[in-house]
Design a protein around this ligand. Structure first.
Ligand SMILES: [Zn+2]
Length: 327
């Protein structure tokens, strides 16, 4: 379903022109308002225009997605009280009961990605997941390093965290589905829930309602965590049912959520250096990588060596951490 119909493209271009014209009139005609209000209005108009452009483009390539994201779907998580992190990667919300409206409980597979807000932050992603929304078995993950989610700073150990995991929806460099997150949130927080949903769909062929919303405090550019809800449809939540908050923290590190700056404490360095895990070495460039790094796939076999080692020992042997995956 990735072919683009020429006529649809033309129609889309016409629609875009109309939308742009309307946006221009709105911006130019915004008289009488105070300057701050005006700037706000202009801001929103731009965001709306961009979002509409993206949505229309997607509609031509992915017929599964409906044209207009439902704003109400992405409002539910905004009101939850952010719990304090006390050592657990995730905590239950609302007694672990998901809060999907009955009207959503259908077997129509779909995906909806909320518009970025005016600060460029993700607002949420909703899907009715099934085998139809998963990537085809032959499909490979694409490079997502072109996306710089809000709060992204390189060299700080951040990961681009999918709101809806790739294995569930096959979305690659979709800026509305990627947030700046810690390895801890990605792997210790979100992954077990993503795996649970994936396994359930594989085993039953059923549908799962799935909503993931990043929660930002005030004007922070990095989210405090993500609110994840899921409920299986055909068996009324018998198979999958959860409502949790995963913390965007990195034990031992201090995070400035306004700017994305991460201060690694000496304790954390010592801990990381003393901990054995799997790395892939490039014996030619003398870099080491996480096995998931994109450059591992491109590495020639005779330069590639997979090891289980302590990070500190690799550095002592003369290896440098890769700048992309930042192991
Ligand atoms: Zn790497």
């Amino acid at each position: 379903m990735r072919t683009v119909d020429k006529r649809t493209t033309q129609t889309t271009i016409h629609m875009l022109l109309v939308i742009l014209a309307v946006a221009l009139v709105l911006v130019l005609g915004g008289c009488g308002a105070g300057s701050e209000e005006k700037a706000e209005e202009q801001d929103q108009t731009q965001v709306t225009t961009e979002a509409t452009v993206e949505t229309t483009t997607e509609a031509t390539t992915q017929t599964q997605e409906s044209a207009e994201p439902d704003a109400e779907l992405f409002a539910a998580g905004a009101d939850i009280e952010i719990p304090e992190y006390d050592g657990e990667a995730s905590v239950k919300i609302n007694g672990n009961q998901p809060m999907f409206a009955d009207a959503l409980k259908t077997t129509d597979s779909r995906e909806e990605y909320g518009k970025l807000d005016k600060r460029g932050r993700c607002t949420g992603a909703f899907a009715n997941l099934s085998v139809d929304t998963q990537p085809a078995p032959s499909e490979e993950r694409q490079d997502i390093s072109s996306v710089h989610p809000s709060g992204w700073r390189s060299g700080m150990g951040w990961e681009r965290c999918h709101l809806i995991g790739w294995q569930l929806c096959g979305e690659n460099a979709n800026e509305k589905n990627l947030v700046t997150g810690t390895h801890y949130m990605n792997v210790d927080g979100m992954l077990p829930y993503e795996n649970e949903v994936h396994t359930y769909i594989e085993e039953t062929g059923n549908h799962v309602l799935y909503l993931v919303e990043p929660v930002f405090k005030g004007k922070n550019m990095v989210c405090s965590g993500v609110h994840m809800q899921a409920e299986s449809v055909e068996d009324d939540g018998e198979g999958v049912s959860f409502n949790v908050f995963c913390f965007n923290v990195s034990p031992g590190n201090e995070i400035d959520y306004k700017t994305g700056a991460v201060t690694v404490t000496d304790e954390a360095v010592a801990e990381q250096n003393a901990f054995e895990r799997t790395y892939v070495l490039n014996t030619n460039t003398m870099k080491f990588h996480y096995p998931s790094c994109d450059s591992v796939a491109r590495m020639s076999d005779h330069n590639k060596e997979t090891v289980t080692a302590k990070r500190g020992d690799l550095i002592k042997q003369g290896y440098d951490p890769c700048g992309m995956c930042e192991p």
